[in-house]
Design a protein around this ligand. Sequence first.
Ligand code: SIN
Length: 348
Amino acid sequence: MSVNQSKPENSCHILVLGMGGTIAGLAPNPEVNPSSYKAGELGIETLLAKIQVAIPGDLKLLSQQLANINSRDLGEDLLTILGNTVKTSLENPAVQGIVITHGTDTIEETGFFLSATCGKLAEKLGKRVVLTGAMLPANAPQADGLLNLLDALKWAATSPENCPGGVFAVFAGKVCLARDLAKRHTSALSAPLIDSPCSPMGLINPSWLSRLKAVEAASSRDLPIPEAQWPWVEILTSHAGARPNAIELLVNSGVQGLVLAGTGLGGFHQSWEEPLEHAQAKGIALIKTSRTGAGVIGEESALGMTAGNLSAPRARIALQLALNAAKGDKSLTWQDFFARISVLPEIR
Ligand code: SIN
């Protein structure tokens, strides 16, 4: 099934984009050891063929294989391709919704990236972009991927009267906003949304609407997708015995931004203070997050900008998008753009 940009007669399609992951993975010995497998082995058409009989008859599908990788190897160039494909496809009147099959390891980054760059377009058009994947390979006895894929197709096809447009994720019979995705367990079937405000499939979680409104209030525009080289941003975790050397090394190597996964409320080891002051004075963007995994971090201070409740991987994508946006729009700073996408109410 390939993508047709012209409007097919009397029908709307769900576009399924294959990125790889465990959902497309195969284990050599699935009965004995399903967790030893290779991700990204089956093509998206093969996965869709496996659920063909269960797909509602009125649902017409198109598919496109964008990649077939283990998502731990996800690169920024591929995010650019994915973002541009999603944007163009949303604008295509023949496409009613989009499903993306993706590895769970970095689905947090992709979910946040798509929400920040395509979320408002999806909302405006009343279309859903739905990320899904699996925790078990396709040939495991308890494989979860095909059911997730079927649920994602149904959620993408839900009529706009029953669900707002936007970027979502579906796993283990539950739905959440893609900007809240975060894999927080190594093996649970609901790992990618275990810690996110979600609802059972088919139901709207009331917190989503206020969260979407908060995003809308911060800005009515999606951030641009970086087209060339993305800004270089690294994550550094503070810990007992943290040394200044890693910061100095990165600063001397041309890093453009640092996301600090601090302890507790976002504090970091005192040995980092001097090199971070030096980094900030050199124009390197500093963002503070917490390595605890939940909650909002402390007040603003002179060193770095706080990321609210964003995890370090999400804050890294947010900072890259903010640095890129500020390069193209000199009337605003990267801090302005970062504030637009990072500020959201904490709802648990
Ligand atoms: C991956 O992220 O590609 C492998 C792990 C998974 O999909 O669960």
